[in-house]
Structure formats: structure tokens, C-alpha cells
Write a protein that binds this ligand. Structure first.
Ligand SMILES: Cc1ncc(C[n+]2csc(CCOP(=O)(O)OP(=O)(O)O)c2C)c(N)n1
Ligand SMILES: [Mg+2]
Length: 649
């Protein structure tokens, strides 16, 4: 019996169709399923009707497997059924992980790559499936993560016919997958499309895409003939060791050796170079600030690590950058130049694998294209040890003071729970080898500043794109990457409502196969799109606009319980510690919902006079929470602007 016939029979209730429908019938490995799909009216003379050994879909799966792909995140649809059929026939050679939404699948592919260093792969059907992928793919694109997207397409014979679900996917994906995007037109073409798409993705750390018309997926695969006009590609790629010339390293060393106050900034490119960063920082007597994506580069218990930088950053990072005379930047595309030294203040050296990221935020004197670890290791013997410890001692003093400030802020009373305290209480409880994720929202401030990361931990979020809705799919992908590691995601209630909630269903579907069941999402329920509310107040000087900012109250912990996960609710600060302990001891994934105060400001590390004026204006213009804002935050804001006043308060 042919697949198409089985599907028809099942659709008309003539087969005992299981929950999973036809797929389940064919998934029965003992059943003889002819590997050809004949949908009435779609028979193609090129395809023929005879039983064949390998369809294009089968070949694609085989080739992906040869390239080392073992996991694909995605969502099905008839535009890509020829590949799903092939995945099914291939047994568990490549595992398919079903998300609730294609955007989430793309976030998962991105995060999987971030947490494993391997290629991330996502797959979607034609039309709406493919358009859904786009935001997740941009997340990978902006964070320089290798992801391959495979999208279905309408039949070749229908293309250009304003056909159902026909979208010009090559044009759609041209920007995000600009390094390589192709729509296949012929079976023999698929071999080099796969080879080039993967080699380009991992070699250039880019997003690439292959678009496959659905009729093509079902056709017999044939290797390219040995004729003019055919391409004969192969599998395989070794990541090169990229190291600058010695003469350039010597120039860099000369700049760094002359500096008296060296500041380092490390980003995602330096992940995996922890020892080298520490060795170079020690030699240079430098402090180290971390871009958001580089949180796990160096542990926070080192006294000269100033932590995060930028709007979500720390005061010691801000001060170090404004006072240093030399900047060494490693593997970071941190975007905000106003948090780096003023032009001309410091001499600069930068190391990055991507030439286009060099001298982009600060005009550097020496621009080195190189792998972070290799380059730092080669640089180290050229560096003189700094003899005067004053600069580093100063940094360490300000870091120690900053941790006390953070504690003070976290312990300030709020209504009902201070959100900063949620992260503060978690920090000392973080289990070894935990993988942390955060959504975009005010929780990213607490994630960046308050969580003290230790060696062996990983942490990531949607950095360059700063998209809402990434924390839960990232946390799911973390489990598929490292099923034996505990995973914790911090998420705002807006991001929960946007799409993270639905992905809890994915967790409910898969968690039993994870060796360590600890998977926690902490929801900051403040009934507000709070980060933006504060941006409206401080950046624009506008009062909170309730119509755009207020969001409904949803019992997230009860939703978790409803689908078989554990749900914990906290609305008292003194219950937080025990709640974290309970969540970390649970035998299944947990949603820890905390009722947090939207009037605790996620303050940037440095408040300008203009920002303070904006804030005052926002209140004057009738902020609906004027009373509680003033009560809860004025002291913090005013003490930053007018430090003298604080003592008198
Ligand atoms: C997809 C997307 N839409 C909108 C934004 C703009 N944005 C950034 S943070 C934020 C508010 C997030 O609210 P919530 O998840 O409730 O977290 P909170 O700030 O309240 O803690 C918004 C709307 C974004 N970054 N991404
Ligand atoms: Mg919120």
C-alpha cells in the first residue's frame, strides 16, 4: 500500500488512525511502506511511479546525517511532508523535536548551537511555516550563530501561480540567510545545496536556508551526472585555527604593555577562552567587563570582574571604561559606544574572528583577526606583568562595593516582591553546571547584574535581536543539548503570554527523557511590559501608557499544574528562598511564578541629567502610578543623581 493511499484511507476513517495519524501507522517499522508518495493528481512523469530506493527527501536526511546533524527542531506541514516521510523512514537517525511554533523552533536551533557549538537546524513547511521561522533566524543571524533552515515550498508546477501557501521564500530569506539561500529545482542539485548551506553556516557562522518544493522532495534522488553544468560536492569541514601574524601580535603587545589602566571587554567570542582571558587579565592587571552574551566567559567571584556592561550593566564596568587608558576587546559586538571609553581617551586593541566587527564601536589601534583563545595564548608571552597594583585594587574595591549595593537594592521592600530579590535569592543557590537563559524584559537586568556565574555554567539569551519570547525555547534547547544539566529561565509575564507559555507544552511532552528533570522557568508577574514602561519614562519622558503597557493577570503556575508540571506561586519576599529550594529539588519541570512590583526601576548604571529630567516630566505628565513610583524609587534615582542627599535622607 502506498503512503498516499494510507493517508486517504485514514482520513476517511477506514484505518484505525492513532493519535499521531498516518505518521504513526508508517512509523511501525515492521510495516512495509513503499517509500514513494503518490498523491492523486500529483504524479510526475519525471518522478515515475515505480518503487525507488531513495527520494530526494531520503537523500537530504542521509546527507544531513553525514554532516553530523542529529536533531532538527520544527513543525510539519504538507509543504515539507516529503522530508518528514524520509525522517520517519530513517528511524531515529535524526531526531525531530516538535515545537509549538516555527519561530520557537528557530530559537531552539539557535540556542542548541550556542550551547553545543554545533550547527542548529530547524525545519518548517511552505508559506506560513517558513514566515514564522524568520524572527528566530534573525536571532541567530545577529548573534553570529550557525543555523540551517529547511523550508518547504509549493510544487514547482504551481510556482508563480499565486498558489495557496506560495510565498517567494528566497526573497523572504534573502536578508537573514544572505550567506546562502537557494530553492532547489532539480533532484541532483540538492547534494551541493546541502553541502554548501552547511559549510557556509558553520564556516562563516551564518544562517543559511534551503527551500524545497514539495514535489521535488518525493522524486527519486540521482547523483549529479558527469556532464557540463553539474556540480560534484562533498561533505566535511574542519574549523581552522585563526591566528594573527606575529608582527601584529607584537604591535598589540606594545600597546597593552604601555597602558597603565587596562580594561578588558569580553563577549560571546571569548566563551571557551576562560583560562586565556584570566591569564591575560592577570598579566595586564586589568579589570574585565562582560557583554551580555559573554556572561559565562569569566566567573563573577573573581574580584576584578566588573560584570555586565551597558544599559543592563554595572557601575564598576561603567567607571572602569570611563577611566581606563587602554581597552582590550575580545570577541564582542557590544553595541553601545557610550559605555566604552571616549574616543581618544584610550588606546585600543581588538580581537575578533569577524573582520567586519573590528573597530566598529571604538576606533582601535590594532585590529586582530583571530580566534580568542589562540590569539590570547599567543599574546601572553609578549605581555609584561604590571607592577603597580593600584588600578586593579581600585577596580576590586568598586566591585566589592557594587555587590553590597546590589544586595541593598534587592532587599528593599516592594509591593509585593522586589523583582531584583528574585534573582538575588537564586544566585547563591545556582546548582553546578546550570544553564541560564533570560527573556528580554526587566528580568534581563537582574539576570545580567545579580546572578553570580561560576565556572562550568552556561548562560545565553537573545542578544543582538533582544527578542521577547526566546527564554523558554532557549531553555528547552539547553536540555536537548545537555539533558544532564539543570536549566533555569527568567521570563517576564509579557513574554510568557507572547509565546513562552505555549512552549511549556513542549516541555510537558519531552521532559521525561531528560536525565536531570530540573528545568525551571521563573515568571516575573508584574502585569506590565515593564522594561518598556521604564524606557518610556526615562528615555522619552512620557508617563506610563496603560493601553500599551498593562497586561492581564494570568495564573502561570496553575497553567503549569494543568499540564502536569509543578507550579509554585510566591507573593511574599520571605518565601522566595524556600520557593527556589523547592523548585530546585522538584522531580519535574517547574513554573515558579512570583508576583513582582512593576515600580522597582531597572536602573541603568549611570543616570544622565537628561534621563532624570525625563523621569520627572513623566511623573508631572500624569503617570498612573505616580504615587507608588515616587515612594518606591525616588530615593534610588535621587541618590544616584545627587549622591550627597542620600546621607541626609
Ligand atoms: C518580539 C518583541 N516585541 C517587543 C519588544 C519590545 N520589548 C522589550 S522588553 C518588553 C517588555 C517585556 O515585558 P515582560 O515580558 O512582561 O517583562 P517585564 O519587562 O515586565 O519584566 C517589550 C515590549 C521586543 N524586545 N521583542
Ligand atoms: Mg511584565
Amino acid at each position: 500500500m502506498l503512503h498516499g493511499e494510507i493517508k486517504w484511507l485514514a482520513m476517511f476513517g477506514m484505518l484505525p488512525c492513532s493519535k499521531d495519524g498516518v505518521g504513526q501507522v508508517c512509523a511501525h517499522r515492521n510495516m512495509t511502506c513503499a517509500p514513494i508518495f503518490v498523491w492523486p493528481g500529483f504524479a510526475d512523469p519525471e518522478q515515475g511511479l515505480s518503487t525507488m530506493a531513495q527520494t530526494v527527501g531520503d537523500f537530504l536526511v542521509e546527507r544531513l546525517h553525514e554532516w553530523g546533524v542529529r536533531l532538527i527542531f520544527g513543525y510539519p506541514g504538507d509543504g515539507i511532508n516529503g522530508v518528514f516521510g524520509a525522517l520517519n523512514r530513517a528511524g531515529r537517525k535524526i531526531e525531530f523535536i516538535q515545537a509549538r511554533h516555527e519561530e520557537m523552533a528557530a530559537f531552539m536551533a539557535c540556542a542548541y548551537s550556542k550551547f553545543t557549538g554545533e550547527l542548529g537546524v530547524c525545519m518548517a513547511t511552505s508559506g506560513p511555516g517558513a514566515t514564522h521561522l524568520v524572527t528566530g533566524l534573525y536571532d541567530a543571524r545577529l548573534d553570529h550563530v550557525p543555523v540551517l533552515a529547511i523550508a518547504g515550498q509549493q510544487s514547482r508546477s504551481a510556482l508563480g501561480g499565486h498558489y495557496q501557501q506560495e510565498v517567494d521564500l528566497v526573497s523572504l530569506l534573502k536578508d537573514v540567510a544572505g550567506a546562502f539561500v537557494q530553492q532547489a529545482a532539480h533532484p541532483s542539485q540538492v547534494r551541493h545545496l546541502v553541502d554548501r548551506a552547511i559549510r557556509t553556516a558553520i564556516g562563516e557562522r551564518r544562517v543559511t536556508a534551503i527551500v524545497l518544493p514539495n514535489d521535488l522532495q518525493e522524486m527519486p534522488y540521482k547523483d549529479p551526472p558527469r556532464t557540463h553544468g553539474s556540480v560534484h560536492s562533498g561533505v566535511g569541514y574542519s574549523i581552522p585555527k585563526v591566528l594573527p601574524y606575529e608582527s601584529d601580535l607584537l604591535r598589540a603587545a606594545a600597546v597593552l604593555n604601555q597602558g597603565k589602566k587596562v580594561a578588558m571587554l569580553v563577549g560571546a567570542g571569548a566563551l571557551g577562552a576562560t583560562d586565556e582571558v584570566i591569564a591575560v587579565a592577570d598579566r595586564l592587571g586589568a579589570g574585565v567587563a562582560k557583554a551580555l552574551l559573554g556572561k559565562a566567559v569569566v566567573p563573577d567571584d573573581l574580584p576584578w570582574v566588573t560584570g555586565a556592561i551597558g544599559l543592563l550593566g554595572t557601575e564598576p564596568s561603567y567607571t572602569m571604561m570611563s577611566e581606563c587608558d587602554t581597552l582590550l576587546m575580545v570577541g564582542s559586538g557590544f553595541p553601545y559606544s557610550e559605555f566604552l571609553p571616549k574616543e581618544g581617551q584610550a588606546r585600543g586593541v581588538q580581537i575578533d574572528l569577524a573582520p567586519d566587527m573590528l573597530s566598529l564601536r571604538y576606533p582601535m589601534e590594532v585590529n586582530l583577526v583571530g580566534d580568542a583563545g589562540e590569539t590570547l595564548r599567543a599574546l601572553l608571552p609578549m605581555l609584561d606583568a604590571k607592577v603597580d597594583p593600584a588600578w586593579r585594587n581600585e577596580i576590586a574595591k568598586s566591585v566589592a562595593q557594587w555587590w553590597r549595593t546590589l544586595e541593598e537594592r534587592a532587599l528593599q521592600p516592594a509591593n509585593p516582591v522586589n523583582p531584583q530579590r528574585v534573582a538575588w535569592e537564586l544566585s547563591p543557590r545556582l546548582p553546578d553546571r546550570v544553564i541560564l537563559t533570560s527573556d528580554s524584559g526587566s528580568c534581563a537586568n537582574w539576570y545580567a547584574r545579580d546572578l553570580k556565574i561560576r565556572r562550568g555554567m552556561m548562560a545565553s539569551l537573545s542578544g543582538g535581536l533582544a527578542s521577547m519570547g526566546a527564554a523558554v525555547p532557549y531553555a528547552i534547547a539547553a536540555k536537548f543539548a545537555h539533558p544532564d544539566c539543570p536549566v533555569i529561565a527568567l521570563v517576564g509575564d509579557g513574554a510568557m503570554q507572547m509565546n513562552n507559555m505555549a512552549e511549556l507544552i513542549t516541555v510537558a511532552k519531552y521532559w521525561r527523557r531528560w536525565a536531570d528533570p530540573r528545568w525551571i522557568v521563573c515568571v516575573f508577574n508584574n502585569q506590565d511590559l515593564n522594561q518598556v514602561t521604564w524606557e518610556q519614562r526615562i528615555m522619552q519622558g512620557d508617563p506610563k501608557f496603560n493601553a500599551s503597557q498593562g497586561i492581564p493577570d494570568v495564573p502561570y503556575h496553575r497553567f503549569a499544574q494543568l499540564i502536569g508540571l509543578e507550579g509554585i506561586f510566591v507573593d511574599r519576599p520571605d518565601a522566595l528562598g524556600a520557593a527556589w529550594d523547592e523548585a530546585l529539588a522538584a522531580d519535574r519541570p517547574v513554573v515558579l511564578e512570583v508576583k513582582t512590583d512593576p515600580e522597582v526601576p531597572p536602573l541603568p548604571p549611570h543616570i544622565t541629567l537628561k534621563q532624570a529630567k525625563n523621569f520627572a516630566n513623566a511623573l508631572l505628565r500624569g503617570d498612573p502610578h505616580e504615587g507608588s513610583v515616587i515612594r518606591g524609587t525616588a530615593r534610588q534615582l535621587l541618590s544616584k543623581l545627587f549622591p550627597g542627599r542620600r546621607k541626609r535622607d
